[in-house]
Write a protein that binds this ligand. Structure first.
Ligand SMILES: C[S@@+](CC[C@H](N)C(=O)[O-])C[C@H]1O[C@@H](n2cnc3c(N)ncnc32)[C@H](O)[C@@H]1O
Length: 292
């Protein structure tokens, strides 16, 4: 075990140095598990993400029509507006999204053409021309039901205003946020009473190869060593109990945290993560909560 832990400690340093170098050189890898040029896989991913959020929300608090007429906010949407378009097609009245990186400007038109074909094939009653119009307006920077905002300050309160949101979704993005407390505090202002939230957090190491071999690699390091490789967007190592504390602090209720993927055992964690409350066996969680 000692040899294995020492090996992964050293290997992780190499991966963190590589990630930092890529960030300095502005070499970004795709935010999705697939490259955006693989339209079919990316579309499947977007549709699956939405269906998973809705399944978790239904289990959390049954609601036959969770989306109808709702103003939705997605935080950290990533490479395309596929999720927003699918949510509109399913009846939400307004899709809002905020990101610090403008990754969407390079989404190929072909992705959207394939998405519209897919939505039409799934339900012939879907108003594709309405969806196309929303996309066109959004791309032109005009008012649209697809309201995608890129803000380096990630100030969602300035972006959307007070009490403007009914549902909050996020997929594998909260673990990148600079300041969870600041984000949750702003969420509490932009959300109307009764808002529900479904947020998937990927707690694993993000660098490819090592995340499969040693998913908890980033937790092997002291704060001091980890910070030496810091760049904006590096996984923040916030653990599930800290998300719960942040939501409670800003008045969210009925907080449920469901482990989605787990490992049997892990060793060699830094003492910061030694306490059981860190739930180091959890590799990803779904957080649901309600604003009273
Ligand atoms: C792994 S990607 C996930 C994207 C998308 N939700 C998906 O599932 O494909 C992480 C997202 O968080 C955003 N992000 C990274 N650093 C951030 C930060 N410091 N504050 C806010 N968002 C950030 C990225 O731009 C990206 O959209």
């Amino acid at each position: 075990m000692f040899l294995r832990d020492s090996f992964f400690y050293m290997a992780g340093i190499g991966f963190m140095a590589l990630a930092k170098a890529k960030n300095i050189l502005k070499v970004y890898s795709t935010p999705k598990p697939y490259d955006i040029s693989s339209s079919e896989k990316c579309i499947e991913y977007d549709l699956r993400v939405v269906e998973d959020w809705l399944t978790h929300l239904r289990r959390y608090s049954p609601d036959d029509n969770a989306l109808a007429g709702k103003s939705v906010l997605e935080l950290g949407p990533g490479s395309d507006l596929g999720i927003g378009i699918y949510l509109l097609s399913k009846g939400c009245s307004q899709y809002n999204a905020c990101d610090v990186n403008d990754i969407m400007s390079s989404t190929p038109d072909n992705f959207y053409e394939e998405l519209f074909k897919k939505l039409e094939s799934m339900d012939r009653k879907t108003d594709i021309s309405f969806l196309k119009k929303q996309l066109k307006e959004a791309k032109a920077g005009r008012p649209s039901r697809l309201n995608y905002q890129v803000r380096k300050d990630f100030d969602i309160l300035s972006a959307f205003g007070k009490a403007s949101i009914d549902l909050v979704f996020s997929q594998a993005a909260f673990e990148h946020f600079d300041d969870i407390n600041a984000t949750v505090s702003q969420l509490s202002s932009v959300c109307r009473p009764g808002t529900r939230l479904a947020v998937l957090v990927d707690l694993k190491t993000h660098s490819r190869w090592i995340r499969d071999k040693d998913p908890n690699n980033i937790y092997r390091y002291s704060k001091c060593v980890y910070n030496a490789f810091w760049f904006r967007g590096i996984p923040n190592r916030v653990r599930p109990f800290q998300y719960k504390e942040a939501l409670e602090r800003f008045g969210w209720k009925d907080i449920s945290i469901t482990p989605l993927t787990k490992i049997k055992s892990c060793s060699g964690m830094n003492k910061t993560f030694a306490d059981e409350k860190n739930q180091m066996d959890c590799l990803s969680v779904m957080i649901c909560a309600r604003k009273p």
